[in-house]
Design a protein around this ligand. Structure first.
Ligand code: SOE
Length: 395
């Protein structure tokens, strides 16, 4: 283990995202040379027995049952927030005020007002060398980082179209239980904020253009679901069946919208948890005047690239297999050709975050970047509520 300065991490929450972040904190410094070594100092959860078991399983050194204890502890340098959206603002603002760096899961908050408060707290903290970042992890997928490099090198020319879909199917079963992700008070929104937010962030980050306005449609297919039961995974068992008491679903199951970007591109977006057979299809296609890119996370090591400069008799999309040391992040892993998966994005997120903190630089996406995504989410909801009327993201 390198004998260098530690970055002592306290993490709040230990379900799906907590597990993904834990493996990243455990792994990053073992594959990448980091300027600070992450130490998994404390894990927070409300149930003492469960959090203790999770800490032992995932490698955390101690536990707390109240996140406020992390803020008080002087052996914590960074707080990692992996809880539902309704808790983000309070934890993040308190952590930054106490001089702790913050990594916060997406979407940044449940409302624009909360996100504004968080972004203001982050801006003030940055003046003191204390930094905050939001966890839009797909930016760290090597094929998408390569796509961004192509755009920045000008290989696509002027960007005209963005076509983005985020398709899952874990809610297709009408008896899947009512988990927190279906509760607007806890989650802010449904497919829109949980997965559509990733597409919005990716589209803007890849193109370097911001969404200026939208026209949107939101829909809930299953308006009541069984309450209770033993939840496993995202959708739960659905084991409570047809006779179980049901409660209201208060978020969207699916959202679709069209968009105009401030750099002249137009976009078509779709986010759904009802696309039977599509498991985690984060898809994006970008068409420019000189070339096109296409990506689907279900083939996450592949970037499709069409180059209009290719000879006319040899034109067509080529599949770049993004598993080589010349590709972003890849060289630190396995011998060429062996491929990476979902968890690596979280590890790369830690690498980029720790590197920026050590350099005294603002890690991206900043809370200000995530606030702008939040404004797009709010504009989509406003448009959908107003019969899909055009809605500017800056109103
Ligand atoms: C659930 O839809 C979810 O876990 C999202 O919350 C994550 O951000 C995404 O990476 C996978 O799907």
């Amino acid at each position: 283990m390198p004998s260098q300065q530690l970055l002592r991490v306290g993490m709040v929450g230990y379900a799906f995202m907590g597990a993904a972040h834990s493996q990243a904190w455990r792994t990053a410094h073992r594959f990448f040379d980091l300027p600070l070594t992450p130490e998994m100092t404390a894990l927070v959860g409300r149930d003492e027995q469960r959090v203790q078991a999770a800490a032992e399983r995932m490698g955390w050194g101690s536990v707390e049952t109240d996140w406020r204890r992390l803020i008080e502890r002087d052996d914590i340098d960074l707080i990692d927030i992996c809880t539902p959206g309704d808790t983000h603002r309070e934890i993040a603002v308190a952590a930054l005020a106490a001089g702790k760096h913050v990594l916060c899961e997406k979407p940044l908050a449940n409302t624009v007002a909360e996100a504004e408060e968080m972004a203001a707290a982050a801006e003030a903290a940055a003046q003191r060398g204390v930094f905050a970042m939001c966890g839009f992890t797909y930016r760290r997928t090597p094929a998408l980082a390569l796509a961004r490099r192509f755009v920045q090198e000008g290989r696509l020319g002027q960007i005209r179209h963005v076509r983005a879909q985020y398709l899952q199917d874990w809610l297709s079963d009408a008896d899947a239980p009512l988990t927190w992700r279906l509760d607007k008070d806890k989650a802010g929104s449904g497919a829109l904020g949980d997965i559509g937010a990733h597409s919005i962030d990716l589209a803007q980050w890849l193109t370097g253009q911001r969404i200026a306005g939208v026209s949107a449609l939101m829909h809930t297919f299953v308006t009541e679901r069984p309450v209770g039961g033993d939840f496993v995974g995202l959708g739960g068992h659905g084991a409570t069946g047809q006779d179980a008491a049901r409660g209201p679903v208060t978020v969207d199951d699916a959202t679709a919208f069209t968009a105009r970007f401030d750099g002249g591109a137009i976009g078509v977006f779709e986010a759904t948890r009802f696309a039977l057979g599509r498991k985690n299809a984060v898809r994006i296609e970008i068409n420019g005047t000189a070339g096109s890119l296409a990506f689907d996370f279900e083939e996450s090591n592949v970037l499709q690239w069409f180059d209009a400069a290719d000879a006319a008799d040899a034109q067509g999309f080529r599949r770049i297999i993004v598993t080589e040391p010349v590709h972003p992040y890849v060289g630190n892993w396995w011998p060429a050709g062996h491929g990476l998966g979902y968890e690596h994005g979280f590890t790369h997120q830690v690498v980029d975050l720790v590197t920026a903190i050590a350099a005294g630089e603002q890690p991206r996406p900043s809370f200000a970047d995530a606030l702008q995504v939040q404004r797009v989410l709010a504009a989509i909801e406003a448009s959908a509520e107003n019969s899909s009327a055009w809605q500017s993201t800056t109103d």
